[in-house]
Ligand binder design. Structure first.
Ligand code: BTN
Length: 236
């Protein structure tokens, strides 16, 4: 099992950048950067990730020696770990769900985002979780653990997340992507759900079919079953 070496910072630009800097200095597999606040947090597709104190900002150095293309699997591993960690803090009737590629939602609001960055032989797994503060000014619905009726602190969320992540990484290392893919599908919207895919300026609609063995999204569009490897997904 992976062992995490957590380095705590009061404030950084981006925990992903700090993790990459440590990796270049030789920091090992499992080194984790946790910051109370980010001044330059990044999201997918070059977006900003607003990062005031009160939410979780974490980046982990993974040295997995993976063949090209398999890094994306870690995003699904991480999303499952985040969903498990959050579920354990929510009221019993509220559950985290998943949306492609790596979003974790509660009550249809995004509660966590995952940013994977691969450089040379290192994969930086960046995870943001809204514990207390819903980021404002976004075009999509957001939620927080506490606002969803959960009992949580940032440190408690960090600890549960690291435990769940170690356990899902173990499943993936021993059994490959297949059980991860199956577990991800069980927590995602059901097949047939109407999805809107935005890639740059282009929007495509279709019905959710499933997840390909390599993590690509399969949608039944007017052109038939279509694979997507990038983009934003809206549900319904
Ligand atoms: C997304 O757009 O959904 C991904 C957001 C990822 C945010 C996290 S917060 C910790 C890490 N550091 C960053 O700058 N980004 C990621």
């Amino acid at each position: 099992m992976i062992v995490f070496d957590v380095r705590h910072y009061d404030q950084v630009g981006s925990t992903n950048d700090e993790a990459l800097r440590l990796a270049r200095e030789g920091a090992g597999h499992g080194t984790a950067v946790h910051a109370d606040e980010q001044t330059d947090g990044r999201g997918r597709l070059s977006r900003r990730w607003l990062s005031p104190p009160g939410n979780l900002y974490l980046s982990i150095i993974l040295r997995l020696d993976l063949p090209p293309g398999r890094g994306v699997e870690i995003g699904f591993v991480a999303a499952l770990a985040v969903a498990d960690a959050i579920d354990a803090m929510l009221p019993r009737q509220v559950h985290a769900t998943l949306k492609w590629p790596n979003d974790v939602l509660v009550n249809d609001g995004k509660i966590s985002g995952i940013l994977l960055e691969q450089t040379d032989d290192v994969l930086i797994l960046g995870i943001g979780v809204n514990v207390l503060h819903p980021p404002s000014g976004l075009s999509y619905k957001v939620s927080t653990i506490v606002g969803s009726g959960g009992l949580a602190t940032v440190d408690g969320t960090l600890s549960r997340l690291l435990t769940a992540l170690a356990s899902w990484l173990d499943v993936w290392e021993h059994n490959g992507f297949d059980p991860v893919r199956t577990a991800w599908l069980a927590r995602a919207h059901p097949p047939g759900t109407l999805l809107r895919l935005t890639i740059g300026e282009r929007m495509t609609e279709g019905r959710f079919v499933g997840l390909a063995p390599d993590g690509a999204l399969i949608v039944e569009t007017e052109d038939g079953p279509t694979r997507f490897v990038a983009g934003d997904v809206g549900v319904g």
